[in-house]
Design a protein around this ligand. Structure first.
Ligand SMILES: *[C@@H]1O[C@H](CO)[C@@H](O)[C@H](O)[C@H]1NC(C)=O
Ligand SMILES: *[C@@H]1O[C@H](CO)[C@@H](O)[C@H](O)[C@H]1NC(C)=O
Ligand SMILES: *[C@@H]1O[C@H](CO)[C@@H](O)[C@H](O)[C@H]1NC(C)=O
Length: 637
């Protein structure tokens, strides 16, 4: 045991005297980082000779022989006595033990995000949760700026908007069935690549054609269901979409958990006429931020096929960035919507915790939400309007404020933007792997404040390291709890070694660790609510690095791996732990031409504000690049 530490109550911490603490380890809460950290540290120590060898071989060996050593390592972790000893050592090294077991945390635990009542946002239109999704989508359309159809649908690159499809269908220039053929052939191209780089894990061309025919028929009869009728969307593999199985990126989960109906969010889209193309690729059971999937093949970043899309919603972000689908649904428990959206140059919305009924998604828990990914803020708004609505239980226990959208066709729009205060914690903001990222995000902020007159206000956020630990324990325990019942009959052994490494760590957390983590959650919530008294949103880069290379040959594997996880997760997890809404919006490219995203995190239930700001950033963006992998599904031969 180390020395007992007593934390000052959060209310007594002086928020103006916070020191930026990037943490001992390169900003990650992930186990891989811990293992690597262990490797680097244990070089200096003696008693852990054997572990040192394992660690050494694991991270320095050539990628193709890593498998065997990783296997040995996982076996050790799963061995009684030895496994717990390794894990306990690692957690000590990372101060996880000190934070959770040797510290008196004065706050009572907060077992899920609890929000103080919020004021109504200015200039918004509210969406009625209890009405039909189609009606909410209609209200959303009325919030958008005036629509002008493009004059040319054939040549230059652009992402077609949902309103473009709706215009073409209504004016009978094309039909959902015609577009379906382009969509199907584009999807097949990815599946047939060697090695496979599938955007979708489950796909059935006949089912897509059937849905498209029904939609085409509705347009013929002049009775489309909504502006989303005939719009092609992909659903992440951990959200139920009947009749497809939900494998969660594994090879076996669907054998023990059958899908009998759509998830609530999916059924809301279906009633609007959306056409589902299938189940999108993902990092196995959401346990990683790159999108690597060795079960089915890894989806490639449309801007550079040698790079990761980011994850865990890899397929949803990639299929939108390729132009094949207008939108996709993802889940986000640790940045899983925002990270890939940022890396692929599209828009991803993490909604407030419990804003959308998550029933029918695999994991659940208190960090996770379902949310949309699309190529424009306007399309994100339309999909959000369709799926929004808390579950009956959350409605009574959490009392969500009414879901709202910014009225962008109102003349107040610009004065509201002008009154916004954008919080920026500069030391954190600049803590990125490549300065291109902070520079681009900073430029976007400056341009926004010059154009609209909004203010950038310096803020300080204490205990960033505690956010990581609290999130790791909360999210980890929740993931493990949701997967464990399905893991009988040795199914556990069918998970990839990476996933099992994470689960071994999660399994080492005790009930008292969990409670300590929830005490931290209340402190951190307090700090954030104090900050939101001074500012309307907190802005950061979405990720600390742009899309990582899939197989670094020249750089030492371990080193890159460590940087990747830390850099990808640095800015996103407070949104999950504290349930705050956040959006990633593209602001430009780095020197290698890879997309950079800016994250806007808002007050609880404050989706309208972050959408309004995201729309404004989008409107000021100067660069737009055609991805290497892009399909114009509206082309006509
Ligand atoms: C994904 O990770 C596995 C190790 O889990 C590795 O063997 C494989 O090469 C990686 N795949 C890709 C495409 O990066
Ligand atoms: C948005 O504002 C405009 C102008 O004030 C108004 O005409 C319109 O009805 C508003 N939209 C909605 C959906 O309330
Ligand atoms: C409101 O702001 C958005 C985003 O900046 C812009 O696209 C829209 O045209 C504005 N609307 C009006 C009426 O100024």
């Amino acid at each position: 045991m180390g020395k007992k530490r007593i934390m000052l109550a959060a209310t007594e911490v002086d928020l103006t005297k916070v020191k930026y603490d990037p943490g001992e380890i390169e900003g990650s809460s992930r186990f891989s980082t811990i293992v690597i950290n262990f490797y680097y540290r244990s070089r200096k120590q003696t008693g852990f000779y054997f572990l040192y060898i394992v660690g050494f071989v694991h991270f320095v060996a050539a990628p193709d022989v890593t498998g065997l050593y990783l296997w040995i390592f996982v076996k050790l972790l799963e061995t009684p006595l030895i496994g717990p000893a390794i894990l306990s050592y690692l957690k000590k090294q990372n101060k996880i033990q000190a934070m959770l077991r040797e510290t008196v945390i004065p706050e009572p635990p907060m077992f899920r995000p609890e929000f103080p009542p919020q004021e109504q946002e200015p200039g918004v239109v509210s969406l009625e949760e209890d009405r039909r999704s189609e009606d909410r989508v209609d209200s959303a359309i009325k919030c958008l700026p005036h629509y002008d159809p493009p004059s040319d649908f054939t040549t230059s690159f652009r992402y077609w908007k949902i309103r473009d499809y709706a215009y073409l269908y209504r004016s009978k220039i094309t039909t959902p069935s015609i577009v379906a053929e382009h969509v199907i052939s584009a999807i097949q191209e990815f599946t047939n690549k060697k090695p496979p780089t599938p955007l979708l894990i489950s796909f059935d061309a006949m089912d897509v054609r059937k849905q498209a025919e029904a939609s085409t028929q509705r347009f013929c009869e002049g009775t489309p269901l909504s502006v989303l009728d005939g719009i092609f969307m992909a659903i992440k593999d951990d959200i139920d979409c009947y009749p497809y199985p939900s494998k969660g990126g594994t090879t076996w989960l669907h054998e023990v958990r059958t899908v009998e109906k759509d998830a609530v969010s999916v059924s809301r889209l279906r009633s609007c006429g959306v056409i589902f193309v299938g189940k999108a690729n993902m990092h196995e059971v959401g346990q990683g931020t790159t999108g690597n999937n060795s079960n089915y093949g890894t989806a490639r970043n449309p801007h550079d096929l040698e790079r990761y899309t980011g994850g865990s919603s890899s397929g949803p972000a990639a299929i939108v960035a390729c132009g094949i689908c207008s939108a996709a649904l993802g889940t986000d428990a640790g940045g899983s919507i925002r990270i890939p959206s940022s890396l692929c140059g599209v828009v991803g919305l993490k909604t407030t915790y419990a804003r959308i009924d998550i029933e029918g998604a695999l994991c659940g828990g208190t960090n996770e939400i379902v949310g949309p990914i699309a190529s424009s803020v306007e399309d994100v708004m339309l999909v959000y309007a369709a799926i929004v609505g808390a579950s009956p239980i959350d409605k009574t226990s959490l009392r969500p404020s009414l879901p709202c959208l910014p009225n962008l066709s109102s003349s107040e729009n610009s004065s509201i933007l002008g009154s916004m205060r954008l919080g920026k914690y500069t030391e954190w903001f600049n803590d990125v792997f490549s300065p291109d990222i902070s520079t681009k995000c900073e430029d976007a902020l400056n341009l926004l404040s010059e154009t609209h007159g909004c203010k950038v206000v310096e803020v300080m956020i204490p205990e960033l390291h505690q956010i990581r630990t609290s999130h790791l324990v909360s999210f980890g325990s929740e993931s493990l709890a949701s997967i464990t019942p399905h893991c009988q009959n040795r199914n556990y052994k069918k998970l990839t070694l990476d996933t099992r490494t994470n689960f071994a760590l999660y399994g080492s957390f005790t009930a008292s660790d969990y409670v300590a983590a929830q005490r931290l959650r209340r402190r951190l919530m307090y700090y954030h609510m104090e900050i939101f008294k001074m500012v309307d949103v907190i802005v950061t880069p979405t990720t600390g690095m742009t899309a990582p290379i899939i197989r670094p040959k020249s750089i030492k594997f371990g080193e890159t791996h460590m940087k990747v996880t830390g850099n990808l997760m640095r800015f996103v997890i407070s949104g999950n732990l504290l349930g705050l809404p956040a959006i990633s919006v593209p602001v430009g490219y780095d020197k290698q031409g890879l997309p950079i995203g800016l994250q806007i995190m808002g007050r609880p239930w404050g989706e309208a504000t972050i959408l309004r700001l995201a729309m404004a950033f989008e409107g000021l963006r100067t660069e737009s690049k055609k991805p290497v992998s892009y399909f114009n599904v509206l082309k006509r031969e």
